[in-house]
Design a protein around this ligand. Structure first.
Ligand SMILES: [Zn+2]
Length: 251
């Protein structure tokens, strides 16, 4: 029998399976993104009670199977550090659900996802402390995109390299360039580029360069920043995230 392994993990998705089992998708610190099955999860309260729910932070114990994609989850224990409280406020629930779904969509199975795990864990901690805000959402999107290899550029024009704010004019976000072009280089921006006011372009540059923990005291980049991020995410994701609708209605 394969040895039992353990790692800190966050439950991204969970669903009941058959009479008594539960299938979960987890983002782990040490073992990438894992799909697992917890046999008897609904009857064995001692091993699993309330721990295999979406957005839960836990210490996962599991065994790999010689064949098949799902690992066997043997038990779940509390996480190494106290878990943030995310279920006392609708805004927190909505943003945490979105964070989990976006992290799921941007990480592949078995890939090294330690950075994504840490980013989600830090975002959940910040969310638990400060509550949901547009700045926190935008900060998480920018930080997770960077971790996933899509570092977006708002501080420098993608064409000439100058700071867009030096011109004191609007900047234009171009999805295909993964960043902005300045007003002087606007001829290089296609028709559908997202216009960002100088203030919103500066806010995006600051959010992109700051840790997610700082987002609670930062200014969001407004509807223009949200549109730029939505356009970029739409270009790399193959589906619309279900959790985005509730979050959009709240923010
Ligand atoms: Zn330029």
């Amino acid at each position: 029998m394969p040895a039992e392994e353990s790692t800190p993990a966050i439950v991204l998705r969970a669903r009941d399976y058959s009479e008594s089992d539960r299938i979960v998708t987890l983002l782990t610190r040490d073992c990438g993104k894992l799909g697992g099955i917890a046999k008897g999860a609904k009857s064995s309260r001692r091993r699993f009670e309330r721990k295999l729910e979406p957005l839960t932070h836990l210490t996962l114990f599991f065994r790999r199977r010689p064949h098949g994609d799902l690992v066997f989850i043997t038990r779940a224990e509390p996480p190494p550090a106290p878990a943030p409280i995310l279920d006392d406020d609708l805004g927190k629930i909505a943003l945490a659900s979105y964070i989990a779904e976006l992290a799921d969509a941007l990480t592949g199975e078995a890939a090294d996802s330690a950075d994504a795990y840490l980013m989600v864990a830090r975002a959940f901690d910040a969310l638990g402390r400060s509550g949901a805000s547009a700045a926190m959402r935008q900060s998480f999107e920018l930080n997770l995109l960077r971790v996933a290899g899509f570092g977006l550029e708002f501080a420098r024009c993608r064409v000439c390299g100058n700071s867009p704010s030096e011109a004191g004019a609007a900047a234009y976000f171009v999805v295909a360039r993964g960043g902005v072009v300045c007003a002087r280089c606007r001829a290089h921006a296609p028709e559908g580029a997202v216009r960002l006011s100088p203030a919103n372009a500066a806010a995006m540059a600051e959010l992109a360069g700051a840790p997610v923990e700082d987002a609670a005291r930062m200014t969001d980049a407004g509807a223009e920043g949200a549109l730029a991020l939505a356009r970029f995410l739409g270009s790399i994701l193959d589906r619309r995230l279900r959790s985005a609708a509730l979050l959009d209605s709240l923010m």
